[in-house]
Design a protein around this ligand. Structure first.
Ligand code: SF4
Length: 333
């Protein structure tokens, strides 16, 4: 079993329940404000989650569960969207914010992915359209700026169960980014029968409010840690207050689930980004954090307009990045 992902291994062996399957079985009620109701039921959820007791899977899902409550809560937040740290506060039933998403969600493809980290494959990846970032070097720009297929929660749930029977070790919500589709994803999970671990493959720029809601369905946070400085984040992704936001979210994610961090090394950014990130992770999340140092950067999309990143990595940058990571971290992919 991979260090840091023990619970994920237990879910796959049937010895622990996936979080959303607990949330489906905990009864909820609408009494006060939805925020207070959610806070109350969460206490009950956390007790069960901490017990690791897989016998809950033998119980029938509740008619109105903690997971239903979450879906309703997210649909309410959509009226003044603060899913991510941009906090556009637009009513997504009527218009769109920075991410260009209304209330409907679209996805580009879903399949068993064999190119993810060894502990994840085969991974049932569902690539949602759109993103809360606008990276000039977007490696998935063909997905991000389109609306492909309409995501129907019942149909997606059926596909997740089918892929599980075909051998998936997890369902991996990705994009683009999954955060802006949280309401659709959680509604999908209401209909999933299998005890499949949920992987949230994200830029970690979600709001604290979104974390509060989705952390009870995410078993593994597959989080991108892109930048070591706010200047770099603003220049390449139009993201403000980046470092404080993602570090807050990584710390919280570690408390509420398991972590696998990805860092795409960028040309000319080994000192300001790679080194700063690796040191922060080692100091704050631990040397044993599962960490994937990625060298596959290529100057996609509009990267050519930024001379310092308009090329692939050179050998010296790769060597230096690996040297830094090996010095501070013990659990590299
Ligand atoms: S998800 Fe983020 S970018 Fe999209 S509308 Fe909501 S706050 Fe804005």
């Amino acid at each position: 079993m991979v260090t840091g992902l023990e619970r994920y291994g237990l879910i796959n062996s049937g010895l622990a329940p996936a979080k959303f399957q607990i949330a489906r079985r905990i009864e909820a009620e609408r009494r006060d404000s939805i925020e207070d109701d959610h806070r109350q039921v969460k206490k009950e959820f956390l007790k069960v989650w901490r017990s690791y007791d897989a016998s809950i899977l033998e119980e029938k899902p509740a008619e109105y569960s903690f997971l239903h409550l979450k879906v309703d809560y997210l649909k309410e937040i959509l009226r003044e969207c603060v899913f991510c740290e941009r906090k556009c506060r637009v009513n997504r039933y009527e218009t769109v914010g920075f991410c260009r998403c209304g209330v409907k969600s679209y996805y580009s493809s879903e399949f068993l992915h064999f190119g993810e980290e060894p502990e994840l494959v085969p991974s049932h990846t569902i690539f949602f359209n759109r993103c809360t970032f606008a990276c000039v070097f977007c490696q998935n720009f063909d997905i991000v700026y389109e609306d492909d297929r309409l995501a129907n929660p019942k149909e997606l749930a059926m596909l997740i169960d089918i892929r599980r029977r075909q051998g998936s070790r997890n369902v991996n919500f990705v994009g683009g980014n999954p955060d802006q589709h949280a309401h659709t994803i959680l509604e999908t999970l209401l209909h999933v029968e299998s005890n499949v671990p949920v992987v949230w493959n994200s830029n970690m720029y979600h709001s604290e409010l979104l974390a509060e809601v989705i952390e009870d369905v995410v078993d593994v946070w597959l989080g991108d840690f892109k930048y070591g400085s706010d200047e770099c984040a603003e220049r390449y992704s139009k993201a403000k207050n980046y470092f404080a936001t993602v570090t807050r979210n990584f710390l919280r994610a570690k408390e509420h689930g398991e972590l696998l961090i990805r860092h795409l090394v960028m040309p000319s950014h080994v000192e300001c980004c790679t080194e700063k990130i690796v040191r922060w992770v080692s100091r704050n999340l631990g040397r044993d954090t599962r960490f994937n140092l990625m060298f596959q950067y290529w100057p996609a999309f509009r990267a050519k307009e930024y001379p310092e990143i308009a090329r692939r990595l050179n050998r010296e940058e790769m060597r230096r990045a690996l040297e830094i990571a090996s010095l501070h971290l013990d659990n590299l992919v």
